[in-house]
Design a protein around this ligand. Structure first.
Ligand code: FAD
Length: 193
């Protein structure tokens, strides 16, 4: 079943086993609106700055990116460029197509589930595959006191060597999103986040 994990569960319906529900159910998705269009306003203002991937900003925790298909797909010169934008703030002009798609969202639950996939693969003639099995889901695996009680060794956590209190948190390059836990207030000695 080469669908997103929640869709695989929907297709299986009541026939899903307990393990399939437990493991596939741990993968959550964030959904983006995607537009195929020719609106140059959704590219950098300076044409010299145009690249294959163009980050335009973020709103409501959703990243807005425009892909320049002429470059990515080796399209020959076209009058207007062919562009794909995720999460634009408004409907682009010259929109040719709109759809919505989901991306698996990294979490500790997803990390744990990814190590349990063998429990459900091929067990009753059904094999599952999809982007939710990518390596990204194990990003936060060490953020789990079952695997490591020493939080100073967790990815992106930096502690003061003497007091062993957290002084810095840097997860900026992991493409994470969503709300911060209120427990962050308990990190009294934090100086950088
Ligand atoms: C604009 C854009 C650019 C991207 N660029 C990159 C990139 O440069 N590099 C990269 O690594 N990734 C990129 N991605 C992400 C990549 O495309 C996805 O991660 C990948 O396609 C996900 O694969 P998947 O098999 O999990 O899901 P999908 O490719 O979404 O496949 C799921 C399939 O399940 C089908 N389906 C759903 N419900 C049912 C049903 N009930 N019955 C039967 N079939 C069903 C859907 O129609 C779909 O074909 C990009 C995504 C987008 C939208």
């Amino acid at each position: 079943m080469a669908t997103h994990a929640p869709d695989a569960l929907k297709i299986l319906g009541k026939q899903a086993t307990y393990d399939e529900m437990r493991i596939l159910g741990a993968f959550q998705y964030v959904y983006s609106d995607v537009f195929l269009h020719c609106d140059k306003n959704l590219m950098p203002k300076n044409p010299a700055a145009w690249t294959a991937w163009n980050f335009l900003g973020a709103m409501d925790n959703k990243v807005c990116v425009t892909y320049w298909l002429n470059v990515l797909q080796n399209l020959c010169e076209t009058g207007l460029p062919y562009l794909v934008t995720l999460n634009p703030s408004h409907t682009p002009e010259h929109t040719l197509l709109k759809w919505s798609t989901g991306h698996p969202f990294p979490s500790v639950a997803a990390s744990k589930a990814s190590f349990e996939l063998d429990h459900i693969q091929g067990k009753r003639g059904i094999w599952f595959c999809g982007a939710y099995q990518g390596e990204f889901v194990s990003l936060l695996l060490d953020w789990d006191d079952v695997h490591s009680v020493d939080f100073c060794l967790w990815r992106g956590v930096f502690c003061d060597n003497v007091t062993l209190s957290v002084v810095s948190l840097n997860l900026s390059n992991l493409n994470l999103g969503r709300e911060l836990s209120p427990a962050i207030r308990d990190l009294k000695n934090i100086r950088f986040m």
